[in-house]
Design a protein around this ligand. Structure first.
Ligand code: ZN
Ligand code: ZN
Length: 172
């Protein structure tokens, strides 16, 4: 059974009416199989509102997806929750450029949810926004300890700029 398959017959008959879809769906039920980004028991929290228009249905809301991964700077295991905004238009007769088609009286939200989950879950995450990473020279995790390594050599073109800047400061 697909909890994101919504019967919209009633909505289509009554423009101005709305319906709420709130479901936590296992990532596996979305047909997503990527153990590098999602734990086996990961779920997507789906909180959507469907608003009936005279010629279609607007779907608005937010998804919250738990992700896992390895920090791209310091290589520790990390995890988080990513939010995806949903704003889609569905029409029986598609007239808007970015609208999806409603076939019959069923609206399947699963493809859109799946696409946003795959798009928004990071594939090269950070453990935190200011992760200091590993020293490129000795490999020490600079979040945990300092090392004695020299900072990387400065590009001579930038040194020249520094000199100019210093001279500038000296001027009265
Ligand atoms: Zn990190
Ligand atoms: Zn070092």
């Amino acid at each position: 059974m697909n909890p994101l398959l919504v019967n919209v017959a009633e909505l289509l008959r009554r423009p101005g009416s709305e319906r709420v879809v709130e479901v936590d769906i296992p990532i596996a039920d979305l047909g997503v199989d990527d153990p590098t980004r999602f734990a086996g028991d990961a779920e997507v929290s789906v909180r959507l509102r469907l608003d009936a228009l005279s010629d279609g249905i607007v779907v608005d809301g937010v998804l919250r997806t738990s992700w896992i991964g390895v920090c791209r700077r310091c290589l520790v295991d990390t995890s988080g929750v990513v939010e995806s905004d949903v704003h889609e238009l569905y029409q029986r007769v598609v007239t808007a450029a970015d609208a999806f088609e409603i076939v019959g009286e069923q609206l399947d939200l699963r493809p859109v949810v799946r696409e946003l989950v795959l798009l928004d879950a990071p594939s090269t995450p950070l453990c935190r926004i200011d992760c200091a990473g590993l020293c490129p020279n000795c490999g020490v995790d600079r979040n945990l300890e300092d090392c004695e390594c020299e900072p990387p050599p400065v590009d001579p073109r930038w040194s020249a700029l520094d000199v100019l800047k210093e001279e500038g400061f000296k001027r009265p």
